[in-house]
Design a protein around this ligand. Structure first.
Ligand SMILES: *[C@@H]1O[C@H](CO)[C@@H](O)[C@H](O)[C@H]1NC(C)=O
Ligand SMILES: *[C@@H]1O[C@H](CO)[C@@H](O)[C@H](O)[C@H]1NC(C)=O
Ligand SMILES: *[C@@H]1O[C@H](CO)[C@@H](O)[C@H](O)[C@H]1NC(C)=O
Ligand SMILES: *[C@@H]1O[C@H](CO)[C@@H](O)[C@H](O)[C@H]1NC(C)=O
Length: 406
């Protein structure tokens, strides 16, 4: 090889190697390089969106790093589709702006993304304490809902792990129209008396898994809306709050079925409900809720441990129908079948352990209570009959305490 050729070859190698090292750093986008300041005061919305836009255009994997610090952000949308997998590594804390007028339903919204990882041990702080007094939704339906902390809509193939969401203004995490998402080692907390601070709400989604997480809020721990299939929840600690809830179903026209729910190895402590299925009276939609498994659940001083309520009427003005003599509620048209409660242990506080009130128009079928050992721990003496069964068919197996009525 001549000298000249050798120089060219070495030059070319250098070019390739340095090019490769540039390509590696190109995959990492630190929000500070886009103008973000972790001082808790600067509005970083533009900087975060700028980092996202650049990363989203990259082929392959793009990692957005949010380093140590407290980053104030107003309502922000992280929108796809992106060209590669998006990784958001949250090491610091994100703080929601307290200017309520700027919000419309969400604080941080991840949308139209296929391939997303959020991790890093950081915190999403909704700073809700100043917003909660403005929540009028408990008193009137004519209210502007406060923003949810994290919304995932039309997100596919995502892994959200090792992050925490605290003091949200409204729901913590809302998943809609999404598939294949796992939430692992998530910590969610808001005071037990904060309004509508549901932990994780899932609707119109499939293959969503929540595991190894701790959720304490002022409302439902995990709630499941219509249109869900194959949801898996395991090793979740709930409390305080309202427990694990399916529904309300049947609220709006055109709602889709809820099929396949697997809840196992969860602890509920001090929650108002344990495992609740609720459907509205006078539902404008006809749908199915089927194939639910609740297994190896521990209840610690849960008020209503097992409850199916097909007469749910939160607003006290559900339409009624007249018969010749009586004013009756319109029964729910949601058909509940194949619901198994197995291996449920612990303590409860209300006089009723199993409150199974199904619809006259669509009785529950295939409800199974197996191997249940719930001890009354309320004030006073345990009721002789701690079981209510209305329009419910099914069976009980093994040792079931208190005595069941199916
Ligand atoms: C969800 O995951 C399954 C199994 O890994 C895969 O076959 C399917 O294509 C994924 N769905 C979407 C919408 O990406
Ligand atoms: C159900 O969801 C789990 C976890 O999200 C997933 O591993 C499994 O493949 C899904 N099953 C089907 C039939 O899609
Ligand atoms: C779940 O509850 C049981 C009974 O109270 C308790 O012994 C156990 O430690 C709890 N699990 C976790 C992970 O806290
Ligand atoms: C008591 O038992 C009967 C039948 O076993 C049941 O129909 C009724 O709802 C029960 N509950 C209460 C609280 O009376």
């Amino acid at each position: 090889m001549g000298l000249e050729l050798r120089i060219i070859v070495i030059g070319l190698l250098f070019f390739i190697i340095s090019g490769a090292s540039v390509a590696i750093t190109v995959g990492v986008y630190n929000v500070k390089d886009y103008g973000a300041a972790g001082d808790g005061q600067t509005d970083n919305t533009k900087a975060f969106v700028a980092a996202w836009s650049v990363a989203c255009a990259v082929q392959g994997k793009a990692t957005i790093v949010i380093p140590e610090g407290a980053y104030l952000l107003g309502p922000t949308i992280f929108k796809g589709p992106c060209n590669g997998i998006m990784v958001m590594q949250v090491i610091g804390q994100l703080l929601a702006s307290t200017h309520l007028e700027a919000y419309n339903q969400y604080w941080l919204h991840f949308q139209y993304i296929n391939g997303l990882v959020i991790s890093g041990g950081g915190r999403f702080n909704g700073q809700g304490a100043s917003a909660w007094p403005y929540n009028q939704c408990k008193k009137t339906q004519d209210c502007k809902p406060l923003p949810m902390n994290l919304v995932f809509s039309f997100v596919m193939n995502a892994a959200i792990k090792s992050i925490s969401s605290i003091d949200n203004m409204f729901f913590h995490i809302h998943i809609f129209g999404s598939r294949n998402i796992t939430f692992d080692s998530i910590k969610i907390s808001a005071p037990g008396d904060s309004p509508n601070t549901d932990g994780i709400h899932i609707a119109n989604s499939a293959n969503i898994q929540v595991s190894n997480s701790v959720i304490g809020t002022g409302d439902d721990c995990i709630s499941i809306g219509p249109g869900c299939t194959n949801l898996t929840i395991f090793r979740v600690l709930c409390g305080p709050g309202h427990g694990i809830s399916i529904g309300s179903l049947g609220k709006n026209a055109g709602e889709k079925d809820v099929i396949g729910l697997y809840v196992s190895k969860c602890n509920l402590t001090g929650t108002t409900n344990g495992l609740r299925i609720k459907t509205l009276q006078s539902s404008p939609s006809t749908l199915k809720a089927s194939h639910f498994r609740f297994e190896q659940i521990i209840m610690n001083n849960v008020y209503n441990p097992i409850i199916i309520d097909q007469n749910y009427c939160p607003s006290a003005n559900c339409p009624k129908r007249y018969t010749s003599l009586l004013l009756l509620q319109n029964p729910s048209l949601v058909k509940i079948t194949d619901i198994k409660y197995r291996n449920i242990m612990g303590t409860f506080l209300s006089p009723v352990a199993y409150n199974l009130v199904c619809s006259e128009a669509a009785p529950c079928e295939g409800v199974e209570l197996s191997d249940i050992n719930l001890k009354y721990n309320g004030n006073g003496k345990q009721a002789n009959n701690a079981s209510i069964c209305v329009h419910v068919y099914g069976s009980s197996n093994g040792n079931v305490k208190p005595d069941p009525c199916i």
